[in-house]
Design a binder for this molecule. Structure first.
Ligand SMILES: Cc1ncc(COP(=O)(O)O)c(C=O)c1O
Length: 352
């Protein structure tokens, strides 16, 4: 029996392995950035099939340093979708560069390559390409534009595009290990790349200390060994995490397909790892979210608000539609079978 307000929208999946790992770090008296950060960097780089990674304090810090490492500076233009959290916009503006916001594809919710093409100018220095909700963006037409691609894998690890792992496709990749993310360390991020010069630039920018000269372009964006120990445990269990998500997604697909809603669309050339399970509904969303909450299910708008709406811009119909009609329902490894069945029952009642 499910009690009310019992099913949260997301939940960290931390267990005995993580408790042991953190305890071991504390007992070692080496809690700042040390060898465990190196280990986590190497493990994730190996998992994604890239040369190396540099761990930092958040996904936003990773975006910030990735842009700087690519040589982006004041006045340069960075293209990004509107339908994403504000981190890409914040990282871009914080270094004086100019965000160029474009619309998304209506079916995948990812950046629309046609819109990117229209937005390119002589000042464009990089594209920030989030793979949203667990589904890879359409990367091939973006690579053809000959502008560096920053893959934003904050929401997607383990998915493939034309048989290749996301995170290994672009010039630079960033990850987030925030509390709700696939690999959860509380806070954290990483920049990954095949390019040794990019990795070295990020490594230099990450810490202010240990330099011969004062450098205003240095930060304290380091990761601690406590976080890295968690990250390594989480990576060890990522396959299990993704398998449980796939099983829940399969159940949702089979039991919700008769409803007057749009289920997640997965193009043939890619796989979806269901970081989020997002439905397009025809009902007013706020009202639906409230009814679900009353029945003990936390739903969410999967993007808090598209960037163009913060800026008062018009001309982003697909982002507007996604904002007004997409509902994200709980999906995470610790979601129990009876909770999944309860969510299905309530959605059938509320959306049928
Ligand atoms: C697509 C995307 N990019 C970047 C970020 C920023 O990551 P962080 O919250 O770790 O700074 C997030 C986090 O929510 C995200 O979802």
């Amino acid at each position: 029996m499910i009690t009310t307000t019992s099913i949260s929208h997301s939940k960290p999946w931390l267990g005995q392995n993580e408790i042991h790992a953190v305890t071991e770090v504390i007992q070692s008296h080496q809690i700042g950035q040390g060898w465990r950060v190196d280990t986590f960097e190497q493990s994730l780089a190996t998992y994604l099939g890239v040369r190396g990674g540099v761990a930092v304090s958040s996904g936003t810090a990773a975006l910030h340093l990735a842009l700087l490492a690519l040589g982006v500076g004041p006045g340069d233009e960075i293209i990004m979708p509107s339908y994403v959290c504000t981190a890409p916009w914040i990282a871009t503006t914080s270094i004086g560069a100019i965000p160029k916001i474009v619309d998304i594809e209506p079916t995948t919710y990812n950046i629309d390559p046609e819109k990117v093409k229209e937005a390119i100018t002589g000042h464009t220095r990089a594209l920030i390409v989030p793979h949203l909700f667990g589904l890879p963006a359409n990367v091939t037409p973006l690579q053809a534009l000959k502008v560096p691609v920053i893959e934003d894998c904050a929401q997607t690890l383990g998915a493939t595009y034309n048989g290749r792992a996301v995170g290994s496709l672009g010039n630079v990749t960033i990850c987030s290990f925030y509390a709700t993310k696939l690999l959860c360390t509380g806070e954290g991020g990483m920049v990954l790349s095949n390019n040794p010069a990019t990795l070295e630039a990020v490594r230099v920018l990450r810490a202010y200390d240990g330099k011969r000269t004062l450098n205003t372009r240095s930060f304290n964006f380091k990761m601690t060994d406590l976080h890295a120990a968690l990250g390594t445990c989480q990576l060890d269990r990522l396959q299990e995490n993704l398998e449980r998500r796939a099983a829940i997604a399969a159940r949702y697909f089979s039991k919700l397909d008769h409803l007057p809603i749009e289920l997640p669309f997965v193009p043939d050339d890619r796989t979806h790892i269901f970081y989020r399970f997002v439905l397009k509904v025809a009902q007013p969303l706020d009202d639906l979210l409230e009814r679900l909450e009353r029945k003990g299910i936390q739903g969410r708008r999967p993007v808090y608000q598209p960037i163009h709406r913060y800026l008062g811009l018009k001309g982003y119909p697909n982002s507007d539609q996604a904002f007004s009609s997409t509902l994200s329902i709980p999906i995470y490894p610790s979601l129990r079978d009876e909770e999944v069945e309860y969510i299905i029952t309530i959605l059938c009642e509320e959306l049928g």
